[in-house]
Design a protein around this ligand. Structure first.
Ligand SMILES: C[S@@+](CC[C@H](N)C(=O)[O-])C[C@H]1O[C@@H](n2cnc3c(N)ncnc32)[C@H](O)[C@@H]1O
Length: 274
């Protein structure tokens, strides 16, 4: 079987997943009716969650444009999620002819949908979806599809956008980022975001904590981290101006709404390798 002859991944429709819920928050699409009770509980606890997700998604697009503007032609997007609008390959193609993109996720629906989209767009020669887990960087880096599309002697744009919250401390998230960094050439870039409550007001802290507790009941519990901890994930990288900001504030393309409740709940930054 060639690496492009993908077998669909079997789905557990009864277990809510962070990928499906995030996709709903960005697009409004309900993928499985069985997700609805979970989605309704989240709306009740965190009414601004869709706004948070949309801010996060827009940061991803701005970070990809920034990297493409720096001459990055190949992207490794881990925890890429279900394809919505503004996928990495689509954004990169605005600026780069035939960018190479390796998507990685461990969610069945994200994998199946991304593969369908890439097949429909006839992009499998330059873009792929690898079924792998961020907690196994060696497998991601050695995967035949990764090796087929990424030239590790050239700079890579590494995207870890809102995926580290799903990696508990016991899995050493900073160590995982370090292992990925060690494989990358000078000039490579990284973009990360991380949900946080550090700067949120008391009411929002209570809402997000209640929402996070809902995820604890699922197969994908979420870990909230503060700015200092998020900063450790950039060890060895040179932060791009303006450093760590809220996702909304990182090179915004429109005026930032400082009254926005979702704004302080997502740290973001881009770094590069000297
Ligand atoms: C909140 S979504 C973010 C999607 C996309 N990166 C974005 O920012 O728009 C998190 C994604 O990370 C994936 N994910 C969570 N833990 C993962 C892991 N250990 N390995 C690979 N993917 C993971 C989930 O399946 C989900 O698709």
């Amino acid at each position: 079987m060639s690496s492009n002859d993908f077998e669909p991944r079997p789905l557990d429709t009864l277990k809510p997943s962070s990928a499906r819920i995030y996709h709903h928050m960005v697009t409004g699409e309900v993928i499985f009716e069985s997700d609805l009770p979970f989605i309704h509980r989240l709306y009740a606890e965190i009414p601004f969650y869709p706004l948070w997700a949309q801010h996060n998604r827009r940061f991803l697009a701005r970070a990809v444009r920034h990297m493409a503007g720096k001459g990055i032609r190949q992207f490794l997007d881990i925890g890429s999620g279900l394809p919505t609008g503004g996928n990495t390959h689509e954004v990169a193609r605005e600026l780069v002819a035939d960018p190479r993109v390796v998507y990685v996720d461990n969610d069945e629906e994200a994998i199946n949908r991304a593969r369908d989209l890439l097949r429909d767009q006839d992009l499998l020669s330059t873009t792929t979806m690898v079924d792998a887990d961020l907690r196994d960087p060696a497998r991601i880096l050695a995967h035949p599809d990764t090796r087929r599309l990424i030239d590790f002697t050239e700079p890579v744009g590494l995207l870890l956008v809102s995926v580290l919250p799903w990696v508990p401390d016991s899995d050493d998230p900073a160590g995982l980022v370090r292992q990925l960094r060690a494989a990358l050439a000078p000039g490579s870039h990284i973009a990360m975001t991380h949900v946080s409550l550090e700067d949120a007001g008391m009411e929002i802290k209570q809402q997000v904590a209640a929402g996070a507790a809902i995820f604890t009941d699922t197969s994908t519990p979420v870990t909230l981290r503060d700015r200092a901890r998020f900063a450790t994930f950039f060890d060895g990288w040179t932060l791009t101006e303006p450093g760590i900001t809220y996702a909304t504030d990182w090179h915004p393309e429109q005026a930032v709404d400082t009254d926005d409740y979702a704004r302080p709940c997502n740290f973001a930054a881009v770094g590069s390798l000297p």
